[in-house]
Ligand binder design. Structure first.
Ligand SMILES: [Zn+2]
Ligand SMILES: [Zn+2]
Length: 341
């Protein structure tokens, strides 16, 4: 084991920092602002991603912002940011206003946008990137002066233009202004048919030749029937082969015994492994069982429950420990933690 791997392991043990790929310097720092997929309004899906060494990042979803920044500050996850303890603005405010360059939103469900909406009154101008269906819903059904003032630059007058809606074309790399990042959006299927169907999004984020793949809510291809995950896996398989894909963020909303007919466009640990199997076969058809070995897979969006008994998080963590056919490094996202990937 090289010396810096030893250092990273020690750091991981002492500070609660999850260092996923020991032996190579991290390419991305990700701070978990919210890890749950519903119910806990102070811990809904949101992540801040920084290229390693940069103090300007982007938000991947924004279910919880302010409360998540507060927890992350308390856990020391922003220790490397140059925050001014005597500034006029609180530390939470400085993180939000000065260190988040843009929002990337996977889909407009409330558990992915509530923090963005509630923080908008005190935010600084920045773009919101997303596929057109996501931005259309935010403009027409959220920032419409009925649900909330129109802080975007389109839609119902008067427009306050704090947020510029920046549509992403599927499968095309776009620069994220103000950062060294490039992002490519891929559509995902997220439940149901007709009026209950949603388009969700996977974002492939690149910096300096390294990539990270973040998926919003999605159901398995076998149930959704549109082949969108296979198309995504096909697009990223060469990056896994080249060992430049540093991590995959993937949801597991329910434990594995959750009935397929009640998934509503979500995954379970069993379905996570099934989908990773598709990716593994595309990466190395001759030896899929080793194709993803040690790849960090960060599990997001575990749904809380009001039921007593074993918490879904504990159950899902156990299931991921007990069944890991591709030898990936499962990391259960935890609010306030910093992941070095
Ligand atoms: Zn969700
Ligand atoms: Zn959703």
């Amino acid at each position: 084991m090289p010396w810096h791997a030893v250092v990273l392991l020690v750091v991981a043990g002492l500070a609660g920092v999850a260092s996923a790929r020991v032996g190579s310097p991290p390419a991305f720092d990700v701070v978990v602002l919210g890890d749950a997929g519903g119910l806990a309004e102070d811990d809904l899906t949101a992540f801040l991603l920084f290229p390693a060494g940069s103090d300007i990042g982007i938000a991947l979803d924004a279910g919880t912002l302010h409360a998540g920044i507060r927890v992350a500050l308390a856990k020391g996850a922003f220790a490397s940011l140059p925050l001014d303890p005597s500034g006029d603005v609180s530390a939470e405010g400085q993180v939000l206003q000065k260190h988040v360059a843009a929002y990337l939103i996977t889909h407009p469900h409330l558990d992915h946008v509530a923090g963005l909406v509630l923080s908008s009154t005190d935010d600084t101008p920045k773009p919101i990137h997303g596929l057109p269906p996501t931005l259309d819903v935010l403009r027409d059904h959220v920032f419409n002066w009925k649900v909330w003032p129109n802080f975007t630059n389109e839609g119902v007058s008067p427009v306050l233009s704090r947020y510029a809606l920046m549509p992403l074309a599927s499968g095309v790399a776009h620069d994220v202004p103000g950062t060294s990042l490039r992002v490519t959006a891929f559509p995902l299927s997220h439940g149901g048919t007709g009026s209950s169907a949603s388009t969700s999004t996977a974002f492939l984020v690149e910096s300096d030749g390294q990539s990270l793949l973040y998926l919003g809510d999605t159901g398995p291809d076998a149930i959704e029937g549109q082949g969108r995950l296979r198309a995504l896996w096909t697009a990223v398989a060469p990056l896994v082969r080249a060992k430049t894909l540093r991590a995959i963020f993937l949801e597991a909303s329910y434990p594995s015994d959750h009935p397929d007919e009640k998934l509503y466009g979500h995954l379970t640990p069993r379905w996570v492994n099934a989908e990773l199997g598709v990716l593994a076969s595309l990466v190395d058809g001759d030896d899929p069982s080793s194709a993803l070995r040690d790849l960090p897979v960060v599990i997001t969006h575990v749904k809380r429950t009001l039921a007593r008994g074993e918490a879904p998080r504990a159950r899902i963590a156990r299931e991921l420990r007990e069944a890991n056919p591709y030898g990936v490094r499962f990391v259960l996202a935890t609010q306030g933690e910093k992941l070095e990937l």
